[in-house]
Design a binder for this molecule. Structure first.
Ligand code: UN1
Length: 515
């Protein structure tokens, strides 16, 4: 039903990676396995399934040394004036702009994103660097009137320490930059533990940052990368020199990270699973809603945390609208993102494919009917790569399968008869990242915005593709963190309240008498 296209050779993929590495200045020696420790990590491309590289990985001991080095770097970086710190992210932003296409190639090779989506991700990095540069002159606090004569009360914001960033494969470089650009202007050091599935893109992004850091004279060891699996992430999470752990990933991961950091009274910023819903009301502009829904549900092969997974359509328009979605799905070109016109690339791994199949089986058991997609394509040509047709599944109601996030392109459809019911269905899942309503009715739009329980609520636009200027994050099992724009910078700083007495007397607060 869809149009599978040709897949590239291993050499083509290796060539793209090489272009990206060269342009970003990645030190090729990282690709040589470290004979001394023997700990290695294998990087693969989901486009072909081929092994791209075998890297020397960190051990808990080397990870600890890098964290220690970052803690030392913090001691001097904190004293650099914030607007001067801003010059580091300004330079990083320039280098990212110069090498946008090449860094995007590494993202395509390693995460399977289309060139347009990969470049869009690098654009988010450039944008947050500009944002953070401006923020570097705006790390402001309030002043408050003191209750005592000749006193002044104010708040000041100070660098926090070492920030640990755990990022996911699906936005392998942008999410790091949201955290890092703000943390650096805030005066922090940043230790990065990228996903095991996206270490090469991490090395590309980080070597541009390391170059910028050297050029502006930032202290050595300010922005290290830890290469490794869960044990390395775990070592970072447990390390009490890490003041803030900002982690993006599954709810399961967040449940492990949260208590460990809380135990040592560290801070967390969690961006966990989304299970995003959109309501399509009878008054919706249907052409617009169609594009909004299909991009949000099938774009990035359903592997965004903002991917649309639950469509709640008014019963009066459901049949006609769903028919159009199915027709649109049949036109989606699935295949290697390196081929022109491909919109849906591979899933990241066999495990992701298995999880999708399992969710589809469960949906059918729960009374669902697969209207389009779900099957694997290109398996004969590339048995180690996992391409799927995005699926639309009509459900009889919001059954249990719809209550968890399956990181694959499955769009479940349910119908509703009145808006209260639609909002109740919408909010009745444990996650709360992104949400949307398609409507031309102002009262409906405002009702939805006031009652959606998500961190992101949109009108006449899909659930994915948020701009960096707003705060990004969600409620409930999504973890409550906010990254990127608005006043998210505060998460990377600590607040102090200062009382200054210029009265020459010592009146005590609350009129207390003593001595
Ligand atoms: C993610 O999937 O982890 O809003 C982040 C979006 C992107 C970021 C998604 N700007 O879809």
């Amino acid at each position: 039903t869809t149009t599978p296209t040709a897949l590239p050779t291993d050499e083509t993929i290796a060539g793209l990676l090489d272009d990206g590495f060269r342009a970003c200045g990645v030190d090729a020696s990282v690709l040589a396995p470290d004979a001394a420790t023997g700990v290695t990590l294998t990087a693969r491309s989901p486009i072909t399934g081929q092994v791209l590289a075998t890297l020397a990985a960190d051990s808990p001991a080397t990870a600890s040394a890098k964290i220690g080095h970052a803690a030392v770097a913090f001691e001097s970086w904190r004293d650099v004036p914030a607007p001067v710190r801003g010059q580091l992210v300004a330079r990083w932003g320039q280098l990212l702009a110069e090498h946008k296409e090449e860094l995007a190639k590494i993202v395509t090779v390693e995460a399977g994103k289309t060139p347009s989506e990969a470049a869009g991700e690098v654009q988010e990095m450039i944008d947050i660097c500009e944002f953070a540069l401006g923020q570097s002159r705006q790390l402001w606090g309030k002043t408050m009137p003191s209750e005592r004569p000749g006193h002044r009360l104010m708040e000041t914001w100070h660098p926090l320490g070492v920030v640990g960033v755990i990022s996911a494969f699906n936005f392998p470089v942008a999410v790091y930059s949201w955290n890092t650009a703000l943390a650096l202007v805030a005066g922090d050091a940043v230790v990065w533990k990228p996903s095991e599935n996206a270490v090469l893109a991490a090395l590309g992004a980080q070597s541009l940052l390391a170059r910028a850091a050297a050029e502006v004279g930032a202290p050595d060891g300010l922005v290290p990368v830890l290469i490794g699996g869960r044990d390395i992430g775990d070592a970072m999470v447990r390390d009490d020199r890490v003041a803030l752990v900002s982690a993006t990933g599954s709810v399961r991961m967040g449940r492990e990270v949260g208590p460990v950091v809380a135990e040592r009274f560290g801070r967390v910023l969690l961006e966990l699973g989304g299970n995003n819903g959109a309501i399509v009301a009878p008054s919706a502009d249907i052409d617009l809603a169609l594009r909004g829904v299909v991009f949000a549900a099938a774009g990035t092969a359903g592997q965004r945390c903002t991917t649309l997974r639950r469509l709640i359509v008014h019963e009066s328009i459901a049949e006609a609208f769903v028919e159009r979605i199915v027709a649109a799905y049949r036109t989606l070109s699935i295949g290697s993102p390196t081929e022109d016109g491909v919109l849906v690339g591979p899933l990241i791994s066999e495990a992701a494919y298995e999880a999708m199949q399992e969710a589809l089986r469960q949906a059918e058991d729960e009374g669902g009917e697969v209207l389009v997609g779900g099957g694997r394509v290109l398996a004969e040509e590339r048995p180690d790569a996992h391409y799927v047709e995005p699926a639309v599944v009509q459900m009889p109601a919001q059954t249990p399968v719809m209550e968890s996030e399956t990181f694959a392109p499955i769009l479940y459809v349910v119908t509703y008869s009145d808006l209260d019911e639609a909002i109740a269905i919408h909010n009745a899942v444990p996650q709360g990242l992104s949400s949307a309503i398609f409507t031309s009715d102002l009262a409906e739009a405002e009702t939805f915005l006031s009652r959606s329980d998500c961190g992101i609520a949109n009108v006449n636009i899909g659930t994915s593709g948020a701009e960096i200027g707003g705060a990004f994050g969600g409620e409930k099992e999504t973890g409550g963190g906010r990254e990127s724009g608005s006043d998210s910078w505060k998460a990377y700083m600590r607040q102090a309240t200062n009382t200054i007495n210029y009265s020459g007397e010592l009146p005590l607060a609350q009129g207390v008498e003593f001595l």
